[in-house]
Design a protein around this ligand. Structure first.
Ligand code: 13P
Ligand code: SF4
Length: 350
């Protein structure tokens, strides 16, 4: 067995040898051992942008599968995207597949002209096939930091928007845009409604999906931390329940949370509602502030936790031997419409 220090040395040495041919990207939820050796750390939007602009021949994506798939869709011909753990999924991405989406589209077509009256918007936390469906129907992707711009883009273009699959991100974003509750309906793919007529009257249809990590934060947690720390600032990710987002002082993407905490004045007390590896790193990097999880015990993303230095080391040594372990490939007929949905997002945010 190789020690953690040995694995780190192997990774650093391989990175040195591969030089500019290699770009290692890491999401903020990755373990410290990965975050520390990555070339760039970011939220989903920043990572998608970095991947799209990268000159490197190999992009090794330390995150979850949909993120690497997004990078592969945006990659230039000849560029290779690799993921150290192919089993790193996402609860949200698993909550919708193409068959369920086709079924919903078909059922809704009984009460509306779906092609003209319903525009799909997919959170990037979806498979390439779901993105391809969305792109093929004129819709766009969004991330947590671009949801407001993309949803606003969509409601200007269509009488109705189908927001897939995170109902809470959808509802939190709708609130920011002033879309009232009465104009929102929920689509449950496991129990499709019998009476479809009400959907015709709505502006926003939300897929009934949620992230198992972010649903752990509850309104009681906000009340508890406010009782214990009267000066606390509560900051949460928009995948949290709307009841929690409404009680928070700030709501934003992982990078937004990092920026707000880092730029706050010394002595500020923060309760953070997102994945715990990010929160623990923020606490370590901001010793002049008090930073802790909004939930007790704090939630971890089991998928993000999968990637270890040994996995990254294995991919990099494979590359040095001319192999491409963990390569993520998306067939052209899926990648092309999926890319259209991603490019619409990138255009909407400028
Ligand atoms: P960000 O876009 O904020 O990085 O979020 C991605 C994610 O998966 C949150 O759970
Ligand atoms: Fe997916 Fe939730 Fe993990 Fe983010 S925290 S990658 S949404 S499972």
């Amino acid at each position: 067995m190789t020690s953690a220090g040995g694995e780190r040395d192997r990774v650093l040495e391989a990175k040195e040898r591969l030089g500019r041919k290699l770009l290692v990207l890491a999401h903020h939820y990755q373990r410290d051992e990965i975050a520390e050796v990555a070339d760039f750390r970011g939220d989903s939007l920043e990572l998608a942008r970095r991947a799209a602009q990268a000159a490197a021949q190999y992009i090794v994506f330390c995150g979850v599968h949909f993120m690497a798939e997004t990078a592969a869709i945006l990659a230039r011909p000849g560029q290779r995207v690799l993921i150290p753990r192919e089993d790193a999924g996402c609860f949200l991405a698993h909550s919708v597949d193409r068959v369920q989406l086709l079924d919903a589209w078909d059922r809704l077509s009984a009460v509306m002209d779906v092609e003209r009256e319903l525009l799909p918007v997919a959170y990037v936390n979806t498979t390439a096939e779901v993105k391809a469906f969305v792109g093929g129907h004129g819709g766009a992707c969004c991330t947590s930091s671009s949801a407001k711009e993309v949803l606003s883009w969509a409601i200007k273009r269509s009488p109705r928007v189908f927001f897939i699959p995170d109902q809470y991100l959808g509802r939190n974003t709708a609130r920011l845009l002033g879309i009232p509750e009465e104009e929102i309906a929920l689509w449950d793919p496991h129990h499709p409604p019998q009476d479809l007529a009400p959907f015709k009257e709505k502006r926003l249809i939300l897929w009934r999906g949620a992230c198992n990590v972010h649903v752990r934060f509850l309104p009681e947690d906000v009340e508890r931390v406010r009782r214990k720390h009267p000066r606390v600032r509560v900051i949460v990710h928009p995948e949290c329940r709307p009841e929690v987002a409404k009680l928070a002082d700030e709501v934003g993407s992982t990078s937004y949370i990092i920026r707000k905490v880092t730029e706050s004045t010394p002595g500020t007390v923060w309760a953070v509602g997102t994945e715990h590896r990010l929160v623990a790193r923020l606490a370590k990097e901001n010793p002049d502030k008090t930073v802790f999880s909004l939930a007790d015990p704090p939630p971890y993303c089991s998928y993000m936790s999968l990637t270890r230095l040994s996995d990254l080391a294995r991919v990099l040594s494979g590359l040095l031997k001319g192999k491409e372990p963990g390569r993520v490939e998306v067939p052209g007929e899926i990648a092309d419409p999926a890319r259209a949905a991603l490019e619409r997002m990138l255009e909407a945010v400028g």
